[in-house]
Design a binder for this molecule. Sequence first.
Ligand code: SF4
Ligand code: SF4
Length: 343
Amino acid sequence: MANILLTTQCNRSCPYCFAKREMSSSAKDSIMSWDNLIYIADFLKASGQRHIALLGGEPTIHPECVDFILYLFERGFDVTIFTNGMLSPARLKEFKKYLTIISPEKLSFVCNLNDPVKTPASVTETERIHQFLSAMGPWTIPGFNIYQHNFTLDFLFDFINRYGMKRHMRLGITHPVPGKQSDFIHVDDMRQIIERLYSYRHHFDTFRVTPGLDCGFPICKFRDEELGWMQRLRVPSHFSCGPAFDIAPDMGLYHCFPLSNYQRKSLFEFDSMQQIDAHFAQLRDQIKAEIPGIYEECDGCRYQEDGVCNGGGICQVLNRFIGEARIRIPEIENELAKDCLPE
Ligand code: SF4
Ligand code: SF4
């Protein structure tokens, strides 16, 4: 699946943001143009894609966000928009007028929410999120990025009930940007995170909410009863890395935010999704040939041999390269050196 960045501008500053390198407020090419959007739609259509995700920055601040969404519908795509929910009153009015006539099956929002106690928003920001969820709750899935060990999910269940949101919850781990300073969950802390997540199983069961796990969770850190619970709930989970890729407003193409500078390409260099998939698969294979995964045990792991887990995220794997005395593949060393340059 492709993620399209409508803009690299954002109206919020989250402590764990792993997209910071891509964010800019002034660059001329920081917003997606109509020409580029149409090119992308043609490209994805020709590759048989039916679903598009719109990201930012904050995609809803793109001046033509609503027209873009309606255009993508006309082209036959289902659209998911990742937002922080802090829409201006004028933009929200447009959403209510033009988007509430679209079925929640075809249009959905993932509203990435921060814990109101641990990462408080301003009064205005809180009010805007409330207004957004009051209007668009039935179209919206709450999203949460885990960046602290003692995270809580109670407020998300509260939001789901209060705003009639979709009974699903997108849960992501915050990942490192190799060579950069950012808050992220270390691979040694995965077990602690999973335990805490599992401690909410009664909430998920009682409120009939299904969790969905984003990329980079290592299957070996789940206990049998936890995997059984997830299987029973049919939890969509990625014990892998890289099912999607990102297309920036300047048509830059990369694996994902943490790797936005790593072997970055342009969409214009490719003729099909198959070529892009092959390019990123090769990138992952090249790195994994050096270090098979995020743990020593990844080397020869049965889950990896069976194709169930591919050794964790390559952002975490690359992070293991940083500071090594000797890196054996010059291409990887050169790419990482680029990342280590001062901003
Ligand atoms: S490949 Fe690595 S991360 Fe995946 S299950 Fe095996 S040991 Fe865990
Ligand atoms: S490198 Fe893989 S695990 Fe890390 S953020 Fe990207 S897709 Fe996710």
